[in-house]
Design a protein around this ligand. Structure first.
Ligand code: C2E
Ligand code: CA
Ligand code: CA
Length: 590
């Protein structure tokens, strides 16, 4: 770890700092070692000392009252200089110690023998010593015993340290080590880049672990670590900062070179593996640049992480840190955390309802519940902004649950008032994959005295549903239990239609993007007409959303669209307003 450093005092103190033994609190074992040393050498006092640039810290002791002294007064300073056992039979007659306050003062130390604590890299960081208040002899055998004790103690300190600073799987220095190294950088004139590398999709890795066992996945990760170590050997420092995630600390002038090397070896990693498992390795890279002395190391790591997430979400190989996207990410995080609070406390969120009409009869055939969020500081926030964020987190579970329960309460109120139309709620792909989604839904319905015909489910994120066997199974289950399923946003994005056979929906909701240009674009007209005809042939009921004017309605009517929804009829309304709207329609129809 410190092989490249020369053995001067600064490096020695750095080695001491890196061992992190000043701040560790588990000193019981060290105390036991001093106790053992006293017994072994038949001495009243034994100390473990650490010598920093100006102080001696007494890390563990038997029968000694001080916790630290000036470095100048430390007997062990001679021991670390000599890097050998130092013995003083009588301080009173030894010119090195005779004026020392510990010898001459109240402590009355007359005898000292110390063995240096030497790191594997050769730095003496302190001593294991024995003291007495009377002059003594100290045999060669006792000197050997003290030396051995010090060696055992040192290897204990180093192995304890290694446990905290080495990744258990790859045996590379870990994230704590990186943070330490970043905070130790002192060269003001040198620029650096902290490069983070994601080698495996972590969700996928854990899935692999479930089916093949974690040792298999860990073996692969170890091999990736070895590959990177071999590729970059000594010039860069390499770390493993999380499962499958590596970091390189490189000087600015080496950055481009390293990035090129990484890009080049992206394809080679897979081939370098000894196992030929179907493990999908990837290589996303994010980096942040800084000049030493580093700013807050945690912040540097976070910035590199932000860049890495940008690379992953944009599906590009390399991304450097961008303050803008970091800001967006932070805002997203704030929104999510606030949303979590709102859901927890049941405040600032509410539902509005937008009617759906039968094209032929003009009857209101249902309403769609749409969530609204009035943020205390940021004002109204569109669901188009916060739903996709929630969909990427576990928050979508309580959110949908909240929407369902609020909707059921509202339906109950409406039923009591004689309003019998079904209400649809939007459900995201991951909701369908949740444990016992159907059971919980049924329970909520029972609790409100309602049934599966009172509520319809609009399925969002079709493509994600198709990728999830759990979600698909859930949809089949819902269908068996009598729920009406509508596929939302049909015609936006995903174009492979064969999935229509896989999803047990009865209703298809044409996306606004198809409807928007209907009156102006001949192409859109042809597409919508053909799509509706095809969906009818497949026995789907077709609803068009985003109908904003009479002309659009006429086109849809001509194409045989079954139902419509949009601002032309009504915007999403507060429940009381919706009731007045319904009453108003009935009155005008009479
Ligand atoms: P969506 O499910 O496709 O909902 C239709 C969106 O179009 C709604 O936007 C609605 O207010 C808007 N809209 C309705 N008629 C018109 C129109 O004539 N013209 C135009 N330009 N827009 C119209 P909103 O409420 O902002 O919701 C946006 C999206 O957020 C929804 O798209 C849905 O994906 C999601 N969302 C809304 N509420 C919920 C919810 O409770 N749960 C979940 N999971 N997602 C929701
Ligand atoms: Ca919808
Ligand atoms: Ca839509």
């Amino acid at each position: 770890m410190l092989r490249h450093l020369s053995a001067d005092e600064n490096k020695r103190v750095q080695a001491l700092d890196e061992l992190q033994i000043f701040n560790s609190t588990q000193d019981e074992i060290l105390d036991k070692i001093t106790s053992l040393t006293c017994q072994l050498l038949d001495m009243p006092t034994s100390l473990i000392t650490l010598i920093s640039s100006n102080k001696q810290t007494i890390k563990a002791k038997q029968h000694f009252h001080l916790d630290e002294t000036e470095r100048e007064d430390a007997f062990c300073k001679y021991t670390i200089q000599a890097k050998e056992v130092v013995v003083c039979h009588d301080t009173a007659t030894d010119s090195r110690f005779s004026q020392n306050p510990l010898a001459a003062g109240t402590t009355h130390i007359r005898f000292y023998a110390g063995a240096p604590l030497v790191t594997t890299e050769g730095y003496a960081i302190g001593g294991l010593c024995v003291l007495d208040t009377k002059p003594r002899e100290f045999s060669a055998e006792q000197q050997n015993q003290l030396r051995d004790m010090a060696a055992v103690l040192m290897s204990l300190i180093e192995s304890r340290n290694a446990i905290g600073f080495v990744d258990a799987v790859t045996h590379l220095p870990n994230r704590q080590r990186l943070i330490e190294d970043l905070s130790q950088m002192v060269d003001i004139n040198q620029g650096y880049a902290l490069i983070l590398i994601d080698s495996i999709d972590i969700t996928y890795a854990y899935e692999m672990g479930r089916s093949l066992g974690m040792p298999t996945v860990e073996k692969v990760l170890r091999e990736v670590g070895t590959f990177l170590r071999v590729t970059f050997h000594d010039l860069e420092k390499i770390y493993c900062v999380a499962t499958g995630r590596f970091a390189l600390l490189v000087k600015t002038e080496r950055k481009e070179h390293v990035l090129n090397d990484l890009a080049r070896c992206a394809g080679q990693i897979q081939d370098s593996l000894s196992s030929h498992l179907p493990i999908k390795l990837e290589m996303y890279i994010g980096y942040s640049e800084f000049s030493a002395p580093g700013r807050d190391p945690q912040r540097l790591l976070r910035e590199a992480m932000s860049a890495l997430h940008d690379a992953i979400s944009l599906n590009v190989r390399v991304r450097s840190y961008s303050e803008d996207s970091d800001r967006t990410r932070k805002l997203a995080f704030t929104l999510l955390s606030d949303l979590g609070d709102c859901l927890h406390h049941g405040v600032d969120l509410y539902l509005v309802y937008q009617p759906k009409l039968n094209v032929k009869t003009g009857d209101v055939v249902g309403v769609e519940a749409l969530i609204r969020w009035k943020h205390p500081d940021l004002g109204e926030i569109s669901p188009a902004e916060f739903i996709p964020l929630a969909e990427n987190t576990t928050l979508i579970t309580p959110l949908t649950e909240w929407v369902i329960v609020q909707t059921l309460r509202q339906i109950k109120i409406w039923r009591a008032a004689g309003i019998l139309i079904p209400v649809s709620v939007n459900v995201s792909a991951s909701n369908f994959a949740e444990f016992e989604f159907v059971e919980r839904l049924q329970k909520h319905l029972n609790d409100h005295g309602l049934t599966s015909t009172d509520i319809e489910l609009e399925c969002l994120e079709t493509q994600k549903i198709l990728g999830s066997p759990d979600a698909l199974a859930c949809l089949h289950n819902l269908k068996r239990q009598g729920f009406t399923l509508a596929l939302d946003d049909f015609g936006s994005g995903y174009s492979n239609l064969s999935y229509l056979k896989k999803i047990p929906a009865e209703v298809i909701k044409l996306d606004q993007s198809l409807i928007r240009d209907l009156t102006e674009q001949k192409d859109s007209q042809v597409i919508v007409e053909q799509v509706i005809a095809m969906l009818h042939k497949l026995d789907f009921l077709v609803i068009a959303e985003g109908v904003e004017d009479r002309e659009t309605l006429h086109f849809l009517e001509r194409y045989g669209c079954d139902e419509v929804q949009g601002y032309y009829f009504s915007r999403p309304l507060m429940p009381e307003v919706l009731v007045s709207w319904l009453v108003g329609r009935e009155e005008s129809a009479v």
